[in-house]
Design a protein around this ligand. Structure first.
Ligand SMILES: C[S@@+](CC[C@H](N)C(=O)[O-])C[C@H]1O[C@@H](n2cnc3c(N)ncnc32)[C@H](O)[C@@H]1O
Length: 195
């Protein structure tokens, strides 16, 4: 495998951790290295627990975990195949501060986490042309349901909770969150709960 640092050089290098069928959809579905680094910088604190909502093959979590060994990165993902792939990559990298959870987000207790990241996870419910696979149910009704579910969960988190959202529509975050930074022409938005 050579020097493990080489995986973190650029996106092409990192995506070598994954099998070809997941590598070739990276540009569309997985967080770019630079975005993961910027989001992790905003979210990571010593001893904090960060959750990637819809963690896919774990790219955000593993890039963050490598940068911040004192922070624990969790990923919740509904597709078991992606979780297995993420876990294989985690083992290759030897990262101890990452954990992947194979459930639908509605089955997860959010109270164990401090700060949150997501890359437009529910878009597959309204973007019929670009799904990862057909293994999960998708629908316009589910898009609305998941979005409201996440918004409500985030709204119940304590003041000071941080959220980084990549390519999201913004409606997962209520007016109780203040937009703190907006990067990459508005694609990466960082919020802090203020009330
Ligand atoms: C655009 S991908 C982003 C993957 C990863 N966060 C990254 O940035 O590399 C969105 C992921 O969210 C997952 N997802 C969508 N709805 C979900 C749900 N209700 N529960 C858990 N995972 C979900 C999808 O399976 C997909 O892997």
């Amino acid at each position: 495998m050579g020097n493990l640092k080489n995986f973190f050089r650029d996106d092409q290098s990192f995506d070598r951790l994954y099998p070809e069928h997941f590598r070739c959809i990276s540009k569309k579905h997985w967080t770019p290295l630079l975005v993961a680094q910027q989001a992790a910088e905003f979210l990571a604190w010593p001893d904090a627990k960060i959750l990637d909502i819809g963690s896919g093959v774990g790219k955000f979590c593993m890039i963050g975990a490598k940068m911040y060994p004192g922070t624990v990165f969790f990923g919740v993902e509904q597709r078991q195949e992606l979780v297995s792939c993420a876990e294989d990559a985690r083992k290759t990298l030897g990262l101890q501060n990452v954990e992947f959870i194979a459930v639908n987000l509605v089955q997860l207790d959010f109270s164990g986490f401090d700060h949150f990241y997501f890359y437009n996870p529910f878009f597959e419910n309204i973007d019929f042309a670009n799904r990862i696979d057909d293994s999960v149910e998708t629908s316009v009704a589910l898009y609305a349901y998941y979005t409201l579910y996440l918004r409500t969960k985030l709204d119940n988190m304590p003041v000071g909770t941080r959220v980084a959202s990549y390519q999201g529509p913004g409606n997962e975050v209520s007016e109780n969150y203040l937009l703190s930074q907006s990067l990459l022409g508005g694609l990466l938005n960082m919020y802090i709960k203020t009330r």
